[in-house]
Structures are given as C-alpha cells and as structure tokens.
Design a protein around this ligand. Structure first.
Ligand SMILES: *Cc1c(COP(=O)(O)O)cnc(C)c1O
Length: 448
C-alpha cells in the first residue's frame, strides 16, 4: 500500500494537523510519522482518502468487534434513530437501555443485576470507585476510602481513574493531582523465575496483596484489577488463579473487588466476561470499548443486589450521586443490543475458539524467532516482546513498527517492545494468516 507522504501531507491531513489535537500524541512526531485520513471502513478494512486499504488488526483501539459498517448494527442504529435518538436517563427510561441491562444481567446469572451507565471507560471506573466508597460510608465505615491497584495496571485517564493507573509517564506528569493509592505486585507471568509456573507467580502476587490487606484493610474500599490481561500494560497476562485468590482475600477482609473488563470483556478473553475463566464474580464490573461494537461511546458499571440495596432509602443523599448528559444513550444501547444479537445468532464465542487457533497458527513463526520472547495468547489477544538486544532504537521502535506495518497494509500499534494483535471477530483464516505474514515482513524491515 502507498502511504501518504509525511513530508508532504495531503490537504485533508494538513487541516487535521492544524486544527485537531490528537489523543496521546506528540504532535511534532507527525512531521515524520504519517497521519492517515480515513474516509471509509468496511469489515476489518479501513480505507484512506486515496482508497488504500489497511487491515485493522487492533479493532480501532480494541473497540470494534464485528467490523466497520456492519449491516446489522447499522440497521439497528438507524431503526432506533427513527424512534428516539436521546432522552435523559434521570426520570426517564427507554426500551433499549432496559433490554440491554436485562440481557447483561442475565449473562452474569443475575449476580450483577444492576447496571449504571456512562459514556467512556474512565467514567465507568470512576463510578465503581465512587460507588464502593459511598457503600462503605452508608455502612458506617467512612474510613474505607483508599484503593488498591496493580503495578502496571491501566484504568483510564481522568483524575480518579488515573490515580489507580500505574503507568510511569502518566504518574510523572500528573501524579501531584492524584489521590494516594496502594500499588500491589502484578501477577504478570513473564515474571516467572526458573521452574515457576504462571500459577506460582499468581500465588506469589496474591501473597503480597494479603500482607498489605492484613495491615491496611480497615482503610481500603476496593481493589481494582484487569482480569487476565493488563492490556495497556503491554498485554501482560496472568493465571485465573490470581482472580480466585483476590476474590477470597476480598471476602476475608471486607473489600470490594472491581473487575475492569473494559478491554477484556465482550468475548475478547475467550469467554464473554474474563472473570468466567476463574469462576468468580466481582462486586463491580465495568464494560466499554467492545460493548457497542466500536460504534458509539457507551460504558457501564454492573453491581450486586447487596450494593444496590444499600443506596435504597428515603433520602436523596443516600442515593448514588453521579450523572453524565449522555448516560444510557438509546442509539449506543441499540448498537450494543445488535452486538449481543450477533453473539447469539452467530455463536461468536464458539467460533472464536477456531479464530484464536488461526491466530496462533498465523504467528507460529514468532514462537521460535530468536529476536522474540514471551509469546502469549489469551483468546483473541496475541502478543510477544522483542528482546532488548534486538532493538536498534527502543524509543522509536513503536513508531518505526507502526510505519513499516502501514507499508504492508496492516494497522498495529506496538506498546514499548511489545507487539500485539487484537483483531475484530470477523477475519477469515486467510486474512489472519496474511496478517501474520505481513507483520513478520514489517518486523524484518525494522530490525534489519
Ligand atoms: C481503555 C480502557 C479504559 C478507559 O476507557 P476510555 O473509554 O478510554 O476512557 C479503562 N480500563 C481499561 C482496562 C481500558 O483498557
């Protein structure tokens, strides 16, 4: 594919660079890094303004499950558009938000039967944190207001969510604005010492958490984790044993468990909810990203009857005090319902077992590549790390790799020295194999 020349941007790209401040981007890098104007999407493919095709191997930042411009989701949104595009959710309700809440609750066997809505993932995390602390206040334990988060965890970039996020570059820039939290070791199985299994690493990490809780539990409201895969933290994966251990510790020390499934939920891990791999339910579960199929901003926080009941009373201030203008938007809920329909009618979770095997086959070359270590996979996420000694320029590697991949017609965004793919659930076996081969060609160029 021919990539837009960086030194000579198209008129459209030039206008974007002048007027649009792009997210998580050093704008000056676009002097050399291509900025691509996308004018169309179909299935797993994005089309730039010149009609060049790009395979979306990362589901447009992990949001797109069933392809761009999916006819069934398009239809659901346009049908809803004819009825009601939006109405506030305080004092009003509407069929899509009711049906979505009921269907999600049913997917948890009604363990998490109450659903609170917002628009972006970080806000769903804020809701879980606020609700947890408010619950303890209502139970005469106002001192329980601190949070535990995992080393290398990511939960979003608003100030509350950023406080429980452990990413060095963010902590350096904004740390002085954030509340104090406890950070506990990650169960990342790449930390295994000789002879240790992933489960051993999980048990070791849970032991460290236990020690923290023994001394501090009276002041702790909740622990927040990304079940099975710390996605933004370089796709660090861990054993489901960690989730079982954390659940048991939370019960023992009277602490809430917040499972942030914004990235790993909606089938990404291989089951609809990642917690299902461990056979546990959290006290709060957040979803966003894939829930609307990558169509519209929608996020939500699910919780238990026990928590819901604590807020139920005569006084307004006993209720949960939180709202967003677009809470539970009907168009976004209609998109989410269309996605749940697709999960059912096309047996997506079953078919993804084959798709994840295709992924594994497509990247089999990387298992034995001497430049690569820590090959890993969880469902529809596949990742590996480039050994430091193989990197020519570690600081520019992600951008170099991004650019080289564009030339091969694929869209990937490495994180540090980690390369990963997280494709939509619609690639054919051939497309998957082609993706693996294209990525290898790009890597060979960058490391040559
Ligand atoms: C992306 C992400 C968030 C934040 O969601 P936004 O919609 O970007 O605010 C929170 N938690 C996890 C695990 C995520 O991957």
């Amino acid at each position: 594919m021919k990539v837009i020349s960086d030194s000579n941007p198209s008129p459209l790209v030039k206008r974007s660079l002048d007027a649009v401040w792009h997210p998580c981007t050093q704008m000056k890098h676009h002097e050399t890094l291509p900025l691509i104007a996308i004018t169309k999407g179909k299935g797993a493919w994005l089309y730039d303004e010149n009609g060049n095709m790009l395979l979306d191997c990362i589901s447009s930042w992990w949001t797109n499950l069933f392809g761009h411009s999916n006819p069934q989701i398009n239809q659901a949104i346009s049908d809803q558009l004819e009825k009601i595009e939006h109405v506030m959710l305080a004092g009003f309700t509407h069929p899509p938000v009711i049906e979505l809440s009921e269907r999600l609750a049913a997917l948890t066997n009604d363990h998490l039967g109450h659903v609170f809505y917002a628009s972006d993932g970080a806000s769903a995390v804020e809701i879980a944190l606020k609700m947890s602390h408010h619950f303890w206040r209502l139970n005469q334990k106002p001192e329980k207001k601190k949070f535990v988060c995992l080393e290398n965890g990511y939960h979003g970039e608003t100030l509350g969510a950023l406080a429980v996020t452990d990413v060095a570059i963010f902590r350096e820039a904004y740390g002085s604005l954030l509340q104090d939290v406890f950070t506990t070791p990650s169960p990342d199985f790449r930390k295994a010492q000789a002879g240790e299994s992933a489960e051993d690493v999980a048990i070791r990490a849970a032991k460290a958490l236990e020690q923290l809780l023994e001394t501090e539990h009276r002041n702790i409201a909740a622990i927040i984790i990304e079940p099975l895969v710390q996605c933004a933290g370089q796709m660090a994966m861990h054993s489901p044993q960690y989730l079982r251990s954390v659940r048991a510790l939370c019960d023992r020390f009277d602490i809430h468990l917040i499972a942030d499934e914004i990235a790993v939920g909606c089938g990404r891990s291989g089951k609809f909810f990642a917690c299902e791999h461990a056979g546990i339910w959290p006290d709060f579960l957040t979803l966003s990203k894939g829930i609307s199929g990558g169509y519209l901003p929608l996020s939500l926080c699910m919780t238990t009857d026990k928590i819901y009941r604590a807020f139920y009373g005569d006084q307004t201030q006993q209720g949960f005090l939180h709202s967003h203008s677009y809470t539970g938007n009907p168009l976004a809920c209609a998109a989410a319902l269309a996605c749940l329909d697709i999960f059912e009618s096309e047996a997506v979770l079953e078919k993804n077992i084959e798709r994840s095997q295709d992924l594994s086959t497509a990247f089999a070359w990387a298992k034995t590549d001497p430049r690569i270590e820590h090959w890993r996979q969880q469902g529809m996420i596949l990742a590996f790390d480039i050994k430091h000694e193989s990197l020519k320029n570690p600081s520019t590697f992600p951008r170099d790799m991004f650019s080289a991949s564009l030339r091969q017609g694929i869209l990937i965004r490495p994180i540090g020295n980690t390369i990963y793919v997280m494709p939509p659930y619609i690639l054919s076996s051939n497309e998957t194999i082609e993706m693996g081969a294209s990525l290898k060609r790009a890597l060979d160029q960058v490391l040559a």
